[in-house]
Write a protein that binds this ligand. Structure first.
Ligand SMILES: Nc1ncnc2c1ncn2[C@@H]1O[C@H](COP(=O)(O)OP(=O)(O)OP(=O)(O)O)[C@@H](O)[C@H]1O
Ligand SMILES: [Mg+2]
Length: 334
């Protein structure tokens, strides 16, 4: 019998970061909110985090949270919805300030400013800002666990590769800096840059690197970070989950589990008044539940039923949490 979600956390008490990933619209935000709720009710201090511009946490918790900083919704349940665009703008301002400081300028040359402005439109910039915001929150160490609700476009897997890419990138800059330093003294005086400003840049880079390193170590250690895929009993979602499993394997990471969501209660099939339409849908789902059991069975940590309405508000979130943590998982498939 695979471990249930509750058993998984009992056996992995050092998990600091929890990530729900998966295709759009299957239940990442729903599971993230319910997980945060469950931990808050069970003596922890969870923070649920999102950068989804759709403000999906505001939607599910029925509170305006977007860009408002960390909010405590009920005792010990913390939620923050980061405005990534605002964060990028702040970051650009910081770059401008540094350039002006370093080169003693009053105004950024137009060409450079255009470069800084257009960088905001690169998707990687959005991801970096998200990643950086997460790293900051985790480095603060104020919450436990951190639950990251991935945006629809963001594949959780990318987060891990992001850590590796950023790391390689900073390494490159540092190396270039070191090499340059060997003969830069003369050139620097020519350009009017002192060794002190060079040192300051290196120090900045080192600090960024330490923060990212710390975060990366947490993310890539299965004892401290849990990755779950949310899927529904349908073909595309199963395929996508299997693809993610492969990608994880290539990165040398083990998936912590899968959550099967939006499952129509199969007991409904016993009701003679059940419509043909619903009967067919339930039968289809049950066929895919068998496939999930065969191909992903060892990963299934919970099965969450399809509710008769959207699970929103604390009362419904509590219900989802109950199914995620307090009900048997795979047995439902039998
Ligand atoms: N078990 C369920 N029963 C009924 N409705 C559900 C269930 N789980 C999720 N939903 C609804 O399905 C929609 C998508 O769920 P959710 O927002 O959690 O998915 P998501 O993976 O976060 O989506 P996105 O990729 O857009 O961020 C929401 O309207 C949600 O209320
Ligand atoms: Mg979502």
């Amino acid at each position: 019998m695979p471990l249930s979600l509750k058993e998984f956390f009992e056996r992995n008490p050092d998990i600091k970061v929890i990530v729900y990933a998966g295709k759009g619209g299957l239940g990442k935000t729903t599971c993230s909110a319910a997980t945060a709720y469950w931990f808050a009710k069970n003596g922890k201090r969870p923070l649920c985090f999102s950068t989804d511009p759709q403000a999906s946490l505001s939607d599910i918790f029925e509170r305006d949270l977007f860009g408002k900083g960390v909010q405590e919704l009920i005792p010990n349940l913390f939620v923050v919805e980061i405005d990534a665009d605002k964060r990028i703008a702040e970051f650009q301002e910081e770059v401008r300030r540094k350039i002006k400081e370093m080169y003693g300028l009053d105004k950024i040359p137009e060409e450079i400013d255009e470069y800084i402005r257009t960088s905001a439109y690169e998707p990687a910039m959005h991801e970096s800002a998200t990643y950086d915001a997460m790293a900051d929150l985790v480095a603060s160490g104020q919450y436990d666990p951190y639950i990251f609700d991935m945006p629809p476009f963001g594949h959780g897997v990318r987060m891990i590769s992001m850590a590796q890419i950023l790391d390689a990138w900073i390494e490159k800059i540092e190396e270039t800096r070191r090499k340059a330093a060997e003969y830069a003294a003369a050139a620097a005086t020519l350009r009017g840059i002192t060794a002190e400003t060079e040192d300051a840049v290196l120090k900045d880079l080192r600090e960024i690197r330490e923060k990212l390193d710390f975060f990366r170590r947490i993310l890539t250690n299965p004892k401290t970070c849990a990755f779950f895929m949310v899927l529904i009993p349908e073909k595309m979602a199963i395929l996508d989950t299997k693809r993610a499993l492969d990608m994880f394997e290539k990165l040398g990471i083990k998936l912590s589990g899968v959550i099967v969501n939006q499952v129509y209660p199969p007991q409904l099939l016993d009701r003679p008044d059940l419509s043909q339409f619903l009967r067919r849908r339930i039968e289809m789902q049950q066929r895919y539940m068998k496939v999930i059991k065969e191909e992903l069975g060892e990963y299934v940590r919970a099965v969450v039923p399809m509710f008769d309405r959207e699970p929103k508000g604390l009362e419904m979130i509590a219900k989802v949490a109950e199914h995620l943590f307090e009900k048997p998982g795979l047995e439902v498939i039998e």
